[in-house]
Design a protein around this ligand. Structure first.
Ligand SMILES: [Zn+2]
Length: 251
């Protein structure tokens, strides 16, 4: 599935890029701080191409198997109307309003590798918008958003879900088909499974995580007279096991 996403300039992000650049420069050259040096740092930082941030929404299945997306990137190119004019005359240009550049759209196809996580940011070097000042393309940063699933939830690398079972399945054990991110599996419920027990399905989560299945045991809604008598018999044969044995109930 291919979708088009328009790259939007994100001022916060651009700010971070600038700050990061300044930090990188200052760690690379540990020199005594003086006014002249900090000015040159600032100049270096501002001519750096800014990263382009886009969002890719993927399904759980795509997060596990990988996906392809096409983004529309707006490059800065020299304004065709005033490129040959003297800088002072460019200010009057109606085409670029004196900026000296115009936008040109370009399609970029990106392959998202298998094993994506919610909120993950993937950096593609020099695939972002072209910057007229630096003459280079900035990086493209793709932020992953995983579409909400009606049944499966995401907790870090794990996928979680609640599986309702009948009283009889929980008591006797059962084999139950359950949804996973990429399809379905048959899962074995042990006899005498307690409500709230969590089964771990290894490797069925995101990027090497697991699927955690919490068992919810549902009581019967109605019982026939015969069924009540059967339960009565089971109770009589159950002996004297007291579920409240550890509690002190006298007062
Ligand atoms: Zn112009």
């Amino acid at each position: 599935m291919i979708s088009n996403n328009t790259a939007l300039a994100n001022s916060d992000y651009q700010m971070n890029e600038k700050i990061k650049e300044e930090i990188e420069i200052s760690t690379a050259k540990p020199a005594p701080v003086n006014k002249k040096l900090s000015e040159s740092r600032l100049r270096l930082a501002t001519i750096q191409s800014l990263a382009t941030l886009v969002e890719a929404e993927v399904t759980l299945k795509e997060a596990i198997k990988g996906a392809a997306r096409t983004f529309t990137i707006a490059d800065q190119i020299a304004c065709t109307n005033c490129v040959n004019l003297k800088p002072v005359n460019r200010l009057q240009c109606q085409n670029c309003k004196g900026l000296g550049y115009q936008k040109a759209e370009r399609q970029v196809e990106i392959t998202l590798q298998p094993g994506l996580l919610e909120g993950q940011e993937i950096r593609y070097s020099s695939m972002g918008a072209a910057d007229i000042r630096s003459g280079k393309n900035g990086d493209l940063i793709v932020k992953i958003k995983i579409t909400e699933h009606p049944y499966l939830k995401i907790e870090g690398k794990n996928i979680t879900c609640t599986l309702p079972t009948s009283l009889y399945e929980a008591v006797l054990g059962a084999e139950i088909e359950i949804p996973t991110a990429t399809g379905k599996v048959v899962m074995k419920i042990q006899p005498l499974t307690q409500p709230g027990r969590v089964y771990r399905l290894k490797g069925l989560g995101l990027a090497g995580g697991d699927q955690l299945v919490t068992i919810d045991v549902l009581m019967p809604q109605v019982l026939t007279k015969e069924q009540v008598e059967l339960f009565q018999k089971i109770k009589e044969k159950a002996g004297d096991s007291d579920p409240r044995g550890a509690l002190i109930l006298s007062h």
